[in-house]
Design a binder for this molecule. Structure first.
Ligand code: PEP
Length: 255
């Protein structure tokens, strides 16, 4: 059975000291690991190296919330995949809707970043998701399939290509402070469509958006969901540990 990937991105929260304290608590609680569950944490870039040092050799992967597609050069303010890898990143988040909305991320830059991430041996976490208007118009499946095709078409199959990719379906209407938690049936169609095309080819397809300890178990029951990508509910380490425990129970029920 493939592991359930349960990750959190801290967005623009936490000082270095706060991120390191979080990582130390995780390290203490999770060694030697959570059977069948693959945890990952994406701290702010300022804390990536220290958090990676704390978690190095344990079950929790660390990653970056963004990285440029070029390896180096005149790209003021950016970090490249080799640079975040040098700071300990094993995962690179790409194409979060906040980056698409506020920082000019496009299907093309997502495609380039996914390739750069694979080229350097890291795991691309490719985010996709439709806004409320597309959802209301019944266009979710087409929209999300188009985004994922744009990002992944042409990548080789197998462990050095698609087999290392994570896809996170994050409906914009569900994520963040202004989002609302979905009912599982509202996101099941998209997961079914993603699973039909990509399910056997990528490492996992995650759900993200207003995941909480109350709805995580139900969301993990949706066919095709291979994990969760969580914001607010995991920023408190106790919340993240509870979510990992819910995932562990789900793995136990499936085996
Ligand atoms: C996100 O923004 O990627 C996210 C999953 O946020 P939240 O869980 O806070 O809705």
């Amino acid at each position: 059975m493939r592991p359930l990937w349960i990750g959190t991105g801290f967005k623009m929260t936490k000082t270095r000291a706060q991120a390191v304290a979080y990582a130390r608590r995780l390290r203490a609680d999770l060694d030697p690991g959570v059977a069948g569950v693959r945890p990952f944490v994406l701290p702010p870039a300022t804390a990536l190296a220290e958090v990676s040092e704390v978690l190095d050799g344990g079950p929790v992967l660390t990653g970056a919330q963004n990285a440029h597609w070029e390896d180096e050069g005149a790209w003021t303010g950016e970090l490249s995949v080799p640079q975040v890898a040098d700071a300990g990143a094993r995962v690179v988040e790409i194409g979060h809707s906040e980056r698409r909305e506020h920082f000019g991320e496009t299907d093309e830059t997502v495609r380039l970043k996914a390739r750069a991430t694979l080229r350097h041996g890291l795991v691309p976490l490719v985010c996709c998701g439709e806004d409320a208007a597309v959802f209301a118009a019944g266009g979710s499946v087409d929209h999300v399939l188009r985004q994922v095709h744009a990002a992944l078409d042409g990548l080789p199959e197998g462990p050095d290509g698609l087999g290392r990719v994570l896809v996170a379906y994050e409906p914009i209407w569900a994520i963040g402070e202004r989002g609302r938690p979905p009912r599982p049936e509202e996101v099941a169609d998209v997961h079914a469509a993603l699973a039909a095309v990509w399910g056997d080819r990528v490492a996992a397809i995650l759900y993200g958006g207003s995941v909480t300890t109350d709805n995580a178990a139900d969301l993990l029951h949706i066919p095709g969901v291979g994990g969760l990508f969580v914001g607010r509910a995991a920023w408190d380490v106790e919340g993240y540990l509870r979510l990992l425990d819910i995932a562990r129970q789900r793995v136990g029920a499936m085996t």
